[in-house]
Design a protein around this ligand. Structure first.
Ligand code: GLC
Length: 614
């Protein structure tokens, strides 16, 4: 398909949306001219990839896809360092690599790279533009798609636009939302919640140099961009196209719900956010159809559907399964899977083209956003439950094996979020005996299995596969000590990695679990995007189950979230099944017994030849 065919397919809608939002024909023309030039500059190799992706549009959901997320510097120092470690990524089975923000950023106080000073130039400490292009090429040749963290809501206050704004240039001030006094900021504050109430209260910062207030939803040094200005939209959309031409295949749209602001609203999830995301999708579909969008939407399930758009007018290809993540940890602490089941059902009831990246840990905290109505319905007190969760994961109770910490504890509301690496949370940091290590490994298997069984793309947080523990070093660094999320951002330990080769080590056991789960996924078309996925009642609140079906084939994944033995029974499951992990035969329709934290992947037998149905 040629560029002009693709452009013609999106032209009318793009024009309609752009003119409705901006009413500026000149700016639209200049964007369209840029798109045409970008097409002529797109290299043949990427154009070939475009064709390949167009022939298999849901490639990112195939059963062989496995994602990993990492900071470049923590994993291998530089882009070239990552390129040298590609064999490790392949050994782990990664096919999608999400690099945390890698663009130029202030040396200090940069929110882990989420304060961008230049949308086109990488952080010089990580490498050059040529280095990242070469890394993207190397990854692609090895079957790994590069995902770029694209911070589109704000820039650092050292970005050229911010610097010019400070020196009084009006066009540059218009790239942000700036105000001469508190009148409008105070109006906004009436309805705008805070993202970091503890570490960055308020949504505006006063710039002495400019003598104006600037909207800054996140940290004061992150100035929100003004998407009401078409110059902002054109600059951001063009930067994405340029990165797509440099080989980026997935864009993580950082904090996308926040990009549009209006007085009298929460300034989150507003309808115009969707106009903008849809326009970005149309632009990429025309110039770089291989590229896809992954939205970082840390919102309740009911807010999520809108970010997928409709089947005819889709927006994001993928969203983060944030509520699954929260509910997995919640179920593990309380040994009660009812909320996990309800919210999985909520996500599964979203339109069919919805797709999630499922994960247990990432670079951020675990924010205890349970479905409060559902909690009340189940007789759970939302505030007490939240307090129980963050205290449990901080290791506050004698019974708790976890060694996490708190993030943004708010004395007024008693709200707090949780930090810590997977290994430290599941008990590998506190474990002293073989039995405690075994239990921690079982918990690791349980939660990672849940993630691999869910509908969507499983994501590994770099370091989880070898059991990286918390790093308390950030507490001695004045630049990082206020942000406890650094607790779970340790540098990847390559000495520890070597131990994974020795059978029986923790590293070996965890790495093997991931490999085993990948083996299960890739061995069966039941993990392909067109299999039907449902939750299933286990007749036991401690046991969570997901059923996949494709024609006659059925797979029942069963997870015992209790440390004790449990039994479960699954109605409408007739005949014999076999556990893909142990090979043991079971009859889920009658009753099955599970050991503490046990996981089963039960596949049915074909009636005719009694072969496993995979
Ligand atoms: C996203 C990131 C988070 C960052 C924030 C501001 O939520 O995941 O780490 O602090 O955006 O950019």
């Amino acid at each position: 398909m040629s560029y002009s065919q693709r452009f013609n397919a999106v032209k009318d809608e793009l024009e309609w949306l752009y003119m409705e939002l901006y009413g500026n024909r000149d700016m639209l023309n200049s964007l369209e001219d840029f798109m045409e030039r970008a097409d002529s500059e797109r290299k043949e190799e990427l154009k070939a990839l475009d064709e390949k992706r167009l022939a298999n549009r849901r490639w990112y959901l195939s059963e062989s896809m496995v994602a990993e997320t990492m900071y470049t510097n923590l994993f291998a120092g530089t882009f070239n360092g990552i390129a040298d470690k590609v064999s490790y990524l392949k050994e782990l089975g990664v096919t999608y690599l999400h690099l945390m923000p890698f663009l130029r950023t202030p040396q200090k106080d940069n929110d882990g790279g989420f304060a961008v000073s230049d949308f086109l130039t990488p952080d010089e400490r990580l490498g050059t533009v040529e280095d990242i292009i070469s890394l993207a090429d190397t990854l692609r040749k090895n079957g790994i798609s590069l995902c770029m963290d694209f911070v589109m809501n704000h820039t650092s206050d050292e970005h050229e636009w911010a610097m010019k704004a400070k020196s009084g240039e009006k066009w540059a001030q218009d790239m942000y939302m700036t105000f001469p006094d508190r009148t409008i900021p105070d109006e906004f504050e009436k309805t705008m919640p805070e993202v970091f109430p503890e570490t960055a209260p308020g949504n505006f910062v006063y710039s002495e140099e400019m003598g104006r207030w600037v909207l800054s939803t996140f940290y004061p040094k992150q100035w929100d961009l003004n998407y009401q200005n078409p110059a902002v939209f054109n600059a951001i959309a063009s930067a994405m196209v340029i990165w797509a031409n440099r080989g980026v295949e997935v864009f993580r749209l950082d904090a996308v719900p926040y990009i549009w602001k209006e007085i009298g609203t929460s300034c989150r999830n507003l309808p115009k956010v969707h106009t903008i995301v849809r326009m970005i999708r149309l632009i990429l579909e025309a110039v770089a159809p291989a590229a896809i969008l992954k939205g970082e939407v840390v919102m309740e399930p009911k807010e999520l559907a809108a970010y997928f758009g409709t089947k005819e007018k889709p927006e994001c290809h993928l969203l983060y399964g944030v509520s699954s993540m929260v509910n997995i940890w919640g179920a593990l602490a309380s040994e009660d899977t009812r909320l996990l089941k309800c919210q999985t059902e909520d996500l599964l009831s979203l339109p069919e083209h919805s797709a999630f990246v499922n994960y247990v840990r990432c670079h951020d905290d675990i924010g205890w956003g349970f479905d409060e109505n559902k909690e009340r319905e189940l007789g759970i007190d939302p505030l007490l439950h939240k307090i129980y969760q963050y205290r449990f994961w901080a290791g506050d109770f004698p019974s708790s094996y976890a060694r996490g910490g708190l993030y943004n504890y708010d004395e007024k509301t008693k709200d707090a979020r949780t930090v810590g690496t997977t290994a430290s949370l599941v008990g590998l940091e506190s474990a002293e005996t073989e039995e405690e290590i075994d239990d921690a490994v079982k918990r690791f298997r349980l939660i990672y299995s849940t993630v691999f069984a869910m509908k969507g793309l499983p994501l590994i947080n770099s370091g989880d596969e070898i059991g990286m523990l918390n790093d308390r070093g950030y507490m001695n660094d004045p630049d990082r000590k206020e942000d406890s999320r650094y607790l779970h951002r340790p540098a990847f330990d390559w000495e520890k990695e070597k131990r994974k080769k020795t059978a029986g080590t923790i590293e070996n056991r965890l790495f093997s679990i991931i490999k085993e789960l990948e083996g299960i996924r890739s061995s069966s078309t039941l993990f392909s995007p067109d299999a039907e996925v449902f939750t299933w009642d286990s007749h036991n609140d401690k046991v969570f189950a997901i059923r996949r079906r494709q024609g006659e084939k059925v797979l029942l994944s069963v997870f015992n979230y209790s440390h004790e033995k449990q039994s479960a029974r699954f109605e409408y499951f007739t005949g014999l099944y076999r556990d893909m992990l142990t090979g043991i035969t079971a009859e889920p329709g009658r009753s099955i017994d599970l050991d503490g934290y046990q996981v089963m992947f039960l596949a049915n037998y074909l009636q005719a030849d009694r072969n496993l149905c995979l």
